[in-house]
Design a protein around this ligand. Structure first.
Ligand code: HEM
Length: 484
């Protein structure tokens, strides 16, 4: 039903007013909030002054948005949206479509916070008319333990699902969720932890999404039902998980000496590996504890099925690589928490992303390519310069080719140091001349092009490349070298 009791009905949007067009407008640089970038404290009186179609603000869950430009993009039509203009429209919004991700859609329209931000709105229980949709939304942050002070936690449920949301200010370094006891849910966020007791069991694993503004974990309920509020487990600080057991569920050759090893969670533990982070894989080999870091990859043109996918090079005299590549499907390996100091935040302004890798230094680039190509309106070109010895050493050569064929914004330049006579493309080692042929000298005067460069390979390769980039004028803010 609409807010007025009419059957919910989407209106036909004018041409050029699709969600994609809205996202494009959001990325155009236009000041949609109309505040010149400032985040304001807004009183109820000020909010009420913006209640016309030509100048409309609206408040949802304490956030005030300028919805003037969104008016013609609203799938429910301007008339419906205007019902929330100038007021705290949380209840209205929750009655119609509490599942709509307003924070993301209206990100660029944020005017600020309502000064009397009445959190009771978050406790509001939407009308029961939508029994098969979301039935209630309840904020539980008031009862959060000190160990978890800071982030707000909300939850909402439908008959079949329950979703828990932790609101963030930046991308977290560590997110682990565990459900080893059927009705207990533990969330670790960086070094803090909180536990919840659930009314009944959930199906594992959750659908986990992590962005810089929130962690959202959607669980399917084992039995469809409406639950009482999950209650927070007081004071009971759960021992931090230092190692996570994983089962090898895939092991296959990618080329003559690189293996793809798929690991899946053996327990009810879900975690997130930030892009550019690696995970320590642990082993006890002949009584000696060893650990090696590997960067999880994503498939380039198709999704890989395991929870964590590693590309591991086998070295005949490498104790660890021989051990891991000779494991069998079904074997357990222990991994540690993701580690790293990279952040996709470094690349937010980049229109041109250049990835320079050598050998298995290719691994972090897989997720970077995936991330960058998804930023359709922002990233104009992604170029991988991939150094190897010979053709047989190139990891996923045909997959890379497929991605190039399917994506005009993606390019790959292969450079071989020991090619055979049939190789007609670039050969050699990294040199300033070679870099110049792929990347321009640094300039911050071109408003249309901003380059960011990521480098990963053996230490000598990375050091040399960094020196050449510095010689080309690239400041630290415009490149990142993965090390170790
Ligand atoms: C507070 C006043 C609002 C009212 C009364 C309202 C009303 C409606 C109605 C009646 C629909 C109908 C169509 C349907 O889903 O079948 C709709 C759809 C929609 N509205 Fe709103 N809306 C409001 C605010 C907003 C805001 C602030 C946003 C954006 C952040 C938004 C985003 C959407 C989206 C994305 C849909 C399509 C939903 C879907 O397909 O499930 N609405 N709205």
């Amino acid at each position: 039903m609409s807010a007025t009791g009419n059957p919910r009905n989407k209106v036909a949007l004018k041409p050029g007013h699709s969600l994609m067009d809205w996202i494009r407008l959001g990325n155009s640089g236009e000041d949609l909030a109309g505040t010149g970038g400032a985040i304001l404290q807004v009183t109820k009186e000020q909010l009420a002054q913006h209640s016309t179609e030509k100048d409309a603000w609206l408040c949802i869950r304490g956030n005030v948005y300028n919805i003037t430009r969104y008016m013609d993009f609203h799938p429910g039509g301007a008339e419906e949206l205007m019902k929330g203009a100038g007021i705290d429209a949380t209840n209205l919004f929750n009655k119609v479509h509490p599942w709509v991700n307003f924070e993301s859609i209206l990100k660029k329209c944020l005017v600020g916070r309502l000064t009397s931000a009445v959190d009771e709105n978050i406790f509001e229980i939407p009308s029961s008319s939508k029994k098969d949709k979301i039935i209630r939304e309840q904020k539980v942050s008031n009862s959060l333990p000190i160990v978890f002070d800071g982030p707000k936690v909300d939850w909402y449920q439908q008959q079949n699902f329950i979703t828990m949301v932790v609101y963030l200010k930046e991308l977290p370094k560590k997110v682990i969720i565990s459900n080893e006891e059927p009705t207990e849910l533990w969330i670790w966020l960086n070094d803090k932890c909180v536990g919840f007791s659930l009314m009944q069991s959930i199906v594992w694993p959750p659908l986990l999404t992590v962005t810089d503004s929130k962690i959202e974990a959607k669980y399917t309920k084992e039995k469809p039902d409406l639950w009482d509020d999950p209650s927070y487990i007081p004071d009971d600080f759960k021992e931090a998980l230092t190692t996570i057991p994983m089962i090898i569920d895939r092991i296959e050759h990618v080329n003559h000496n690189v293996f793809l090893i798929g690991l899946s969670n053996s327990k009810r533990i879900a975690f997130h590996v930030p892009i550019g982070y690696h995970i320590p894989v642990k082993a006890n080999i002949n009584g000696t504890s060893l650990e090696r870091n590997y960067t999880p990859v994503c498939g380039l043109d198709k999704k890989l099925s395991s929870d964590v996918n590693l590309l591991i090079k086998y070295y005949p005299d490498g104790v660890f690589s021989s051990w891991i590549t000779s494991r069998k499907v079904g074997a357990t390996v222990m991994i540690g928490h993701p580690v790293g100091n990279f952040s996709v935040g470094f690349l937010m302004k980049a229109t041109h992303i250049i990835l320079i890798s050598a050998g298995t230094g290719f691994t972090p680039m897989t997720r970077l390519v995936d991330w960058a190509l998804a930023r359709r309106n922002k990233v104009l070109e992604v170029k991988l310069i991939f150094f190897n010895k010979a053709v047989k050493d190139i990891i996923w050569k045909s997959e890379l080719q497929t991605l190039v064929s399917n994506n005009q914004r993606f390019r790959v330049e292969h450079v071989l140091s020991e090619p055979d006579s049939s190789w007609k493309k670039t050969s050699g080692w990294i040199t300033p001349q070679l870099l110049h042929s792929y990347i321009p000298e640094f300039s911050d005067e071109d408003p249309l092009r901003s380059f960011f460069i990521c480098v990963c390979g053996p230490i000598s390769f990375t050091q040399l490349t960094e020196r050449y980039l510095q010689d080309m004028g690239y400041p630290h803010e415009n490149y990142f070298c993965f090390r170790g």
